[in-house]
Design a protein around this ligand. Structure first.
Ligand code: NAG
Ligand code: NAG
Length: 223
């Protein structure tokens, strides 16, 4: 009798499962799916690492600084910073941050393009001019990027759009080791005149124009 009851129960349960109405759509679940589709490359992604190193080392070569190598542990620090969805400079490493937002917020960015734009923002003509004119307190993103004594770098995009922020920004952070911007070593660590002129047409002189002409892109700032 016990066995028969169990069998009936199982049959009813199976019948119930096969005839049940599909569950109502759950808005939070839809949001999760959208978030997953908009995930950035992880800082362990070989193509992403290559994009970062190619870009930063081209910039550094232009300003007579030796190439950096990638350090996975530093990239994890950068990931934690980016996923905090805000900018705060703390810790033992040098740090440059960048964030961007789109309309509509669900726009899928090309992260290769915007990784390059982040570095361009940090070494923009405005940054270099600010450093030349304002000395130690200006243009620090530029001086950190080209700081000769820095040897290692790790970068990361926030894993998702920062949904708690008004503009739902993406954050990008690079940490440098050893840190740059150390007084009184600016003069010996920072070359401000490009050693080669052939890269200049990819310089940040055109940043504002590029941003303005890209329809879904609303803004991006380096800090
Ligand atoms: C993203 O942009 C890079 C250049 O920045 C380009 O080579 C690549 O094809 C683009 N990827 C997609 C999916 O459009
Ligand atoms: C660069 O700065 C570092 C400190 O960050 C300092 O030790 C070094 O002497 C400076 N000069 C060069 C050429 O590296």
């Amino acid at each position: 009798m016990v066995a028969l009851n169990s069998l009936v129960f199982i049959a009813v349960t199976l019948l119930g499962l096969t005839t049940a109405a599909p569950p109502a759509p759950d808005p939070d679940r839809v949001l999760d799916v959208r978030q997953t589709l908009l995930t950035s490359p992880p800082p362990t992604d070989a193509a992403f690492i290559n994009t970062c190193l190619t870009k930063v080392n081209a910039i550094r070569a232009k300003y007579a600084a030796p190439a950096l190598v990638w350090k996975a542990a530093i990239a994890q620090v950068a990931l934690t910073k980016s996923n905090s969805c805000k900018v705060y400079h703390t810790g033992i490493y040098g740090e440059n941050a960048y964030w961007m937002w789109f309309t509509p917020a669900t726009t899928v960015p090309n992260f290769t393009t915007y990784t390059n734009k982040a570095f361009d923002a940090w070494v923009s003509a405005a940054e270099i001019t600010a450093y030349k004119n304002g000395g130690l307190l200006s243009g620090r993103h530029f001086t950190q990027t080209v700081w000769k004594a820095s040897k290692r770098i790790g970068c990361a995009w926030s894993t998702h759009r920062c949904m708690q922020n008004t503009n739902q920004e993406w954050f990008f952070t690079c940490n440098f080791d050893p840190r740059g911007n150390v007084k009184p070593y600016y003069a010996s660590n920072v070359t401000t005149t490009p050693v080669a002129r052939r890269h200049e047409d990819s310089g940040l002189v055109r940043e504002e124009t590029e941003y303005a002409s890209e329809d879904p892109f609303v803004g991006g700032w380096g800090v």
